[in-house]
Ligand binder design. Structure first.
Ligand code: ASP
Length: 314
């Protein structure tokens, strides 16, 4: 039986120890741990990589510390517009949704679109109507509100600039960080999957869509190469087609997973000015958690018991 593994991220950016207190750090770590443990348990029982990434992401969507589901950042207009996607590396089936305002777990809607519609990507009203027709859990706009995120919007609303989740205003760029969530997994059948979910960027225009729901950019999975989930400045990740580029380097370029991730995150993205990171896994169980920012909330749990959670570079 192949070994199984789950890797997650809770966003990348400049996460300074000085701006983190021990309680906050413990809360982030326990949020990551809960997601890893649930997904690992599912994989351990013979569950699929697809179910594992959906579960891990939905656990983080329910945690207001992360910029996805409850706790999503606000648009310029003071609304939450969420994006998510999921992809199966075995079948290359995928589902994605954007501009969601009432879906409790956007990643579950992405999965539902993949499994129960003839489409890959639904947006806005059409996506929410589809969710209703599938009896998915909807919430009023107030459910997604958190004071911390709203304060972040008020700080920069009049600057005309968008900002990554948890970022400090432009004068304090050293505190920048991203809070999108994502997961990649390998199951005992040797299949790969990836999922990503986000509220996007604070002060974004309404209707703005980042890399998260775009298959091949923020999320990609293919058993021939690897599964990838990204976090960072979405516009640059779209332009660099990050997920697919990593997979292509592995499949056609015959590069190791590490080399491919390093090239994209530390060279190509840096050249474009794209701050952020990604997690990736291949069928041999090689896993990467790589970022060009100061830190990235991240964690990994393998079948052999190997278990790590980290935030900073060390
Ligand atoms: N990639 C996300 C977006 O641009 C933001 C993030 O990763 O925090 O919407």
């Amino acid at each position: 039986m192949a070994t199984h593994c789950i890797v997650i991220h809770g966003g990348a950016g400049t996460i300074l120890r000085s701006s983190m207190n021990p309680e906050m750090e413990a809360a982030y770590r326990s949020g990551l741990k809960a997601a890893l443990e649930k997904a690992d348990e599912l994989l351990h029982k013979g569950g699929s990589a697809l179910d594992a990434v959906e579960l891990a992401v939905s656990v983080m969507e329910d945690n207001p510390l992360f910029n996805a589901g409850k706790g999503s950042v606000f648009t310029h207009d003071g609304k939450n517009e969420m994006d998510a996607s999921i992809m199966c590396g075995n079948t290359l089936k995928a589902g994605a949704a954007s501009g969601l305002m009432h879906i409790k777990n956007p990643v579950r809607l992405a999965r539902e679109i993949m499994d129960h519609s003839e489409h890959v990507f639904l947006c806005g009203k059409g996506a929410e109507e589809f969710a209703q027709s599938r009896q998915m859990q909807m919430e009023p706009e107030s459910y997604f509100y958190t004071k911390q995120r709203y304060d972040q919007l008020l700080e920069i609303r009049d600057t005309g600039k968008t900002q990554m989740d948890h970022s400090a205003p432009a004068e304090k760029p050293s505190e920048k960080k991203f809070g999108t969530v994502g997961a990649v997994a390998l199951d005992t059948y040797g299949n790969l999957a990836a999922a990503t979910s986000t509220g996007g960027m604070t002060n974004k225009r309404f209707g703005r869509v980042g890399d998260t729901p775009i298959i091949g950019a923020g999320t990609y999975a293919n058993n021939n190469s690897c599964a990838v989930s990204c976090t960072g400045h979405g516009e640059l990740f779209i332009r660099a087609v990050v997920g697919h580029d990593v997979a292509c380097m592995v499949e056609y370029g015959k590069r190791s997973l590490h080399e491919a991730c390093d090239e994209v995150v530390n060279k190509k993205l840096v050249k474009l000015g794209g701050e952020g990171g990604l997690i990736a896994i291949d069928r041999q169980g090689n896993a990467e958690m790589i970022f060009n920012s100061e830190g990235m909330y991240r964690g990994i749990k393998k079948a052999d018991g190997d278990f790590q959670i980290a935030i900073y570079r060390d």
